[in-house]
Design a protein around this ligand. Structure first.
Ligand SMILES: [Zn+2]
Length: 426
């Protein structure tokens, strides 16, 4: 009898030890003492308190006016700065491994999203190249603790020889389940046929009927103008051929169409003509080792880039893109942060921080850049419950060791990244 009892007791103990109980069903957690930048662009909250419960934000405010519920787990982060998780409004997810494309799989989508989160990017809008594998990983399907960036997709980039063919792609995307539609209206610097206006007008009209916003890839000012007239909901790149004129600025402002600069896209076309400085940045090398980037140091490859006509043109036009960003932003056009990363040699995660530096070089203030990477994409692209640190939103945020308002490069000094209130492994 005694042995049976002890055996039972042993089993009980073993059972209790191996069974993982979640903490409490309703558990409050607070981060206290930090300066909080909520993403809306107002004055930062000094000595702030960020209170959350079950992955959602309960309240954000100064310490003196905050009361914490009993049993709140408190993390004192005095001296640090909290900003919302970054949102990349133009990325691509799942195709790239290292510097190589062609690796699309469910596993690689998850891997790409995990890299984004390690760099503080907690949501990504993938503008094209998204297959069935991505559908079940979309943000609308999964908002629990997933240790990876929330994903929005555009499916297959809509194209076709005629309107009918293009509309079939729209319908296929719709039945797969997407968040956006995407088109390309570009001739790749005169080397490819451009999507005709009658096709993109039909595609935009149909997408709107189905309830989707249209993101448009473009290069030329004239195409951007026509796309606005046709009803596009987002310009997914900078206008790069010409300085934007007053009529265009007014049109953008009246329509409040978000403008996504993707300056690092331009950079990526020519930066590997030499060994870029960032190859020796520990914030880069911690994710991308020397073996991964070795091919980019090949002198023959560098020479090819130096002699590439398109690289020369994109490099020459980058200052135009930067000046246009500043002009449009100052005129009141909503800027949504985006990089076009997730394409070979546009390094996921690191390029987002590079992009912010380039936006600063273009003349935007750190606060303006942060708003473009948090509130704006959520607001202008309709991404629900993310973007700002306010009641009801997902607790997606970054704890920084240094103040990004002093220098935007301080977004690289990451102490912790949280998605739905849970810290991401880094
Ligand atoms: Zn893109």
């Amino acid at each position: 009898m005694k042995t049976i009892l002890s055996a039972c007791l042993l089993l009980l103990v073993l059972f209790a030890c191996t069974k993982k109980e979640p903490l409490a069903v309703t558990s409050f957690t607070a981060f206290t003492g930090a300066t909080i930048i909520d993403g809306n662009g107002g004055e930062p909250i000094k000595d702030g308190v960020l209170l959350m419960e079950d992955g959602r934000i309960v309240s954000v405010g100064p310490n003196e006016s905050s009361t914490l519920p009993e049993n709140t787990v408190i993390h004192d982060v005095t001296g640090k700065t909290i900003i919302p998780g970054l949102i990349n409004a133009h990325g691509h997810v799942g195709d790239v491994k290292g510097i190589e494309g062609g690796h699309y799989s469910r596993e690689n989508i998850i891997d790409n999203l995990a890299i984004y989160t390690r760099y503080g990017v907690t949501a990504v809008v993938s503008l094209g190249g998204d297959e069935q594998e991505a559908e079940s990983l979309r943000a609308v399907n999964d908002t629990t603790n997933v240790q990876r960036a929330r994903l929005f997709i555009a499916g297959t980039i809509v194209n076709g020889k005629n309107a009918e063919e293009a509309l079939q792609v729209v319908n296929r995307n719709d039945s797969m389940g997407v968040d956006f539609m995407k088109i390309r209206v570009d001739d790749n610097l005169g080397t490819a046929p451009k999507m005709p206006e009658e096709i993109y007008r039909a595609v935009i009209k149909r997408s709107h009927e189905l309830g989707y916003k249209m993101a448009s890839h473009m290069y030329y000012l004239e195409d951007a103008r026509k796309l606005l007239d046709a009803g596009t909901d987002m310009l997914a790149h900078s206008v790069r051929d010409l300085p934007v004129d007053d009529a265009f600025i007014q049109l953008m402002k009246v329509k409040q169409v978000p403008y996504c600069p993707t300056l690092t896209r331009e950079l990526s076309t020519f930066v590997y003509e030499n060994i870029p400085d960032f190859f020796s940045d520990p914030f880069f090398t911690k994710e991308y080792d020397s073996l991964t980037i070795q091919p980019l140091k090949d002198p023959a490859r560098q020479k090819k880039i130096r002699e590439s006509q398109s690289a020369i043109t994109y490099k020459k036009q980058l200052p135009t893109a930067m000046a246009n960003l500043k002009k449009l932003h100052d005129a009141g056009v909503p800027v949504v942060f985006g990089t076009d990363s997730g394409v070979p040699t546009r390094f996921i995660g690191y390029f987002e921080h590079l992009e912010m530096s380039m936006m600063a070089d273009a003349g935007l203030t750190p606060m303006q850049i942060i708003v473009s990477a948090t509130r704006n994409p959520a607001h202008y692209l309709g991404l629900k419950n993310i973007g700002t640190l306010e009641k009801g939103n997902h607790a997606d945020f970054i704890v920084l060791d240094a103040d990004p308002l002093v220098d935007i490069k301080n977004t690289r000094k990451i102490s912790g990244v949280f998605i739905g209130g849970v810290e991401v492994k880094r």
